[in-house]
Design a protein around this ligand. Structure first.
Ligand code: SF4
Length: 385
């Protein structure tokens, strides 16, 4: 395939992902069958490796879904995390994502070892990060030519200057964090050339502080030249724990979202190019999930369970912290991944989902977009309730 064809295929896949049309299971009927027979294997496992320090995150984004996270200060060792990842790969999981619950995966001392393991095991890797800190070792691992081409790094930037970066991410400091992130993304670009080995996209959550054309244009030009092949404009979701407050300034309400989109959409799309696509989306309105807590029945634990910063296995990326003790699957610091993953009894299949739905609802969790959409497909099938 020509380089431009390869790039087009890559971009199509990324757009599919960010329009939330990826299938995390073949069909509800097949998933049901696989759960009953214990032949189900997760589409992906998420790792949220926490920092060693007392504060969970290096930023304080007011729209963060993990702002209400409790920090137990309980952490698994790097050796244990690597062992868990190897077990997951041994069992046939093809994809691992690294993200954070009120934290950032690059703020973990274990991240280089985890990335190295994922690459060695030929897994697809994905990162959701604001790359304030990137080690030389991390860059050297990315220089490896054996990276699965479906791998990706998704950057969360939301600004085109130091001032607005700090403002929208709740930082009181005057530190030049936007510049720092941009330098790191350019280092990642060096590891990803001359031939692109993985996708790099950057997200911009629009709100009243960062929606000037000057700010947006700076971001577009900087991150295009830093090697991104997709730039995505969207809006923050109301965060768990604070979702009842309708005055979080970085989470625009429906009217404000519509106004921003109307004013800026065509102008933003004028920067679209073959080497770097632009996407402007409002998935909450498109899927009618703005301010909706969760969608049940929930199959998250079967398709994308998550290793929390405390080394425990949780249902999903949004419930991977000690606040969700009641719905935790088990402690990976003492038990193997597959022993915990298959530790369920679905003799009474519908009863199992009814009971787990009640527990989940009681936990106060809040689905992200992919979770709402995957669970909606399950709900519509009528096979799980
Ligand atoms: S947040 Fe959504 S996907 Fe996660 S446990 Fe709750 S209902 Fe399931």
């Amino acid at each position: 395939m020509e380089n431009s064809q390869i790039n087009n295929t890559r971009i199509k896949k990324q757009i599919q992902k960010y329009k939330f049309s990826i299938n995390y299971f073949e069909s509800p009927a097949q998933l049901k069958n696989d759960i009953i027979n214990k032949t189900v294997i997760p589409h992906q496992v998420e790792f949220q490796p926490g920092p060693q320090g007392k504060k969970i995150c290096w930023l304080s984004c007011p729209y963060c879904y993990g702002e209400s996270a409790k920090n137990s200060e309980e952490r698994p060792s790097t050796a244990r995390l690597v062992k868990i990842l190897n077990e997951i790969a041994d069992g046939g999981v093809k994809k691992v994502t690294f993200a954070g619950w009120a934290t950032d995966p690059l703020n973990s001392k274990s991240i280089d070892d985890l990335l190295e393991t994922a690459v060695k095991r030929n897994m697809i890797f994905g990162f959701n990060t604001k790359p304030i800190k990137v080690s030389d070792r991390f860059i050297n691992i990315l220089k490896d030519n054996e990276i699965d081409p479906q791998s990706w790094i998704s950057l969360s930037i939301d600004s085109g200057s130091n001032e607005i970066f700090n403002k929208v991410h709740g930082m009181k400091t005057k530190a030049a964090l936007y510049d720092k992130v941009l330098i790191n993304v350019n280092r990642i670009k060096e590891a990803n050339t001359p031939k692109r080995k993985f996708d790099v996209s950057a997200a911009y959550l629009l709100n009243k502080f960062n929606s000037s054309k000057k700010e947006i244009e700076r971001f577009i030009l900087d991150f295009k030249s830093a090697g991104c092949n997709l730039l995505r404009f969207s809006f923050a979701q109301p965060p768990r724990g604070l979702a009842d407050q309708k005055n979080i300034e970085t989470v625009p309400q429906v009217d404000e979202k519509n106004q921003i989109i109307e004013e800026l959409r065509d102008w933003i799309y004028s920067f679209d190019s073959e080497s770097c696509k632009i996407l402007v989306v409002d998935p909450d309105s498109e899927n009618d999930i703005f301010y909706k807590n969760r969608t049940l029945p929930c199959v998250a634990r079967f398709i994308y369970p998550t290793v929390g910063f405390d080394g425990r296995l949780y249902q999903c990326s949004q419930s991977a912290a000690p606040n969700f003790k009641e719905t935790e699957i088990g402690d990976l610091k003492t038990k193997d991944f597959w022993d915990l993953y298959y530790d369920y009894d679905v003799t009474d299949f519908l009863g199992f989902f009814k009971k787990s739905g009640e527990l989940i609802a009681k936990s106060g969790c809040r689905c992200d977009r992919k979770e709402h959409i995957a669970n909606t497909k399950i709900s519509k099938s009528g096979l799980f309730e």
